[in-house]
Design a protein around this ligand. Structure first.
Ligand code: IPD
Ligand code: CA
Length: 277
């Protein structure tokens, strides 16, 4: 695949080389088809990873290999940070870094719960410039390029305008860090539940972020996530007019694990006020 090198656009911070967004999106869509091809397969070659209830399947590894090989051809020279990588939380390079979760929602995938996603983020100089999250079971592909809006299957999306009291709040339980964060997660959930319309736990953080970006959910939080869970979805959420920070309102890092809180500009402010009471 040839790479166009003679075009660039000016982002708010730096000049970023042209991003081959269509080719990256196509690779993520193909990865989504690999998830669908596993529908109904009983033996998914599951092995345990570090932490509580943390698993990897043969499909996670196969899809990640596929994405790394294909994306390396699309953007030669890009570095990779991927969930099943071994390159755990390596510092992103000054140039392009792909941040990949081949199957976000592996526990759902193992059981055939049909709530999993493919997440491909692209950083430039450590900051998200492109994101693609594929929901294979609904046939939806969410994309965003920095400064150019967010889309599902090519149609523009926006966050909701709901106040916290009317919000459906999506959340994750950080299950791999239960000993350390379980009590705080339950306490935070309690605060949300008494102040919002209702809660939902779907099991894929990347999916939670894009569902918030298109206004089907109104806010999302989880006390610890990794860059591959959020790199793509965070940009999609922001480009859809949302606000995303850590749980204390600070900008998100993409080179280490972090808490995450996102919503629309109104409910995000209300949530920070609630949690700081
Ligand atoms: C997990 C999912 C889950 C979230 C966990 C993540 P994985 O990703 O996003 O919703 O609660 O914190 O690690 O392990 O299935 O790729
Ligand atoms: Ca994940």
């Amino acid at each position: 695949m040839s790479r166009k090198t003679n075009t660039s656009y000016v982002s708010s911070k730096d000049t970023v080389p042209l991003i081959p967004s269509a080719e990256i999106t196509q690779a993520a869509v193909e990865a989504g088809k690999m998830i669908l091809a596993a529908d109904g397969v009983r033996d998914k070659h599951v092995t345990a990873k570090e932490g509580t209830a943390n698993f990897v399947t043969g499909y996670d590894l196969k899809i990640q290999n596929y994405l790394e090989e294909r994306l390396a051809l699309i953007l030669p020279g890009a570095t990779f940070l991927a969930e099943e990588g071994g390159d755990d939380l390596a510092k992103p390079s000054d140039g392009f870094t792909f941040v990949i979760d081949p199957i976000d929602g592996t526990a759902n995938f193992i059981r055939g719960l049909r709530n999993s996603s493919v997440s491909v983020g692209l950083l430039y100089g450590g900051n998200p410039v492109f994101g693609c999250v594929v929901l294979p079971y609904t046939g939806e592909t969410f994309t965003a390029e920095k400064g150019r809006g967010a889309f599902v299957n090519g149609k523009p999306i926006k966050v909701s305008e709901r106040r916290l009291k009317d919000s459906i709040v999506l959340f994750g339980t950080s299950p791999y860090y239960r000993e350390e964060l379980g009590a705080a997660t339950v306490e935070t959930l309690g605060s949300f539940f008494m102040n919002c319309q209702d809660l939902r736990r779907l099991g894929s953080a990347a999916q939670d972020l894009v569902l918030t970006a298109c206004g089907r959910g109104d806010a999302f939080f989880e006390l610890r996530l990794s860059p591959w869970d959020i790199a793509a979805g965070a940009l999609i959420l922001e480009e859809a007019g949302g606000v995303i920070t850590d749980i204390e309102g600070r900008p998100l890092p993409f080179d280490r694990k972090t808490s995450v809180l996102c919503g629309n500009p109104v409910n995000h402010r209300e949530i920070l006020e609630l949690l700081n009471k």
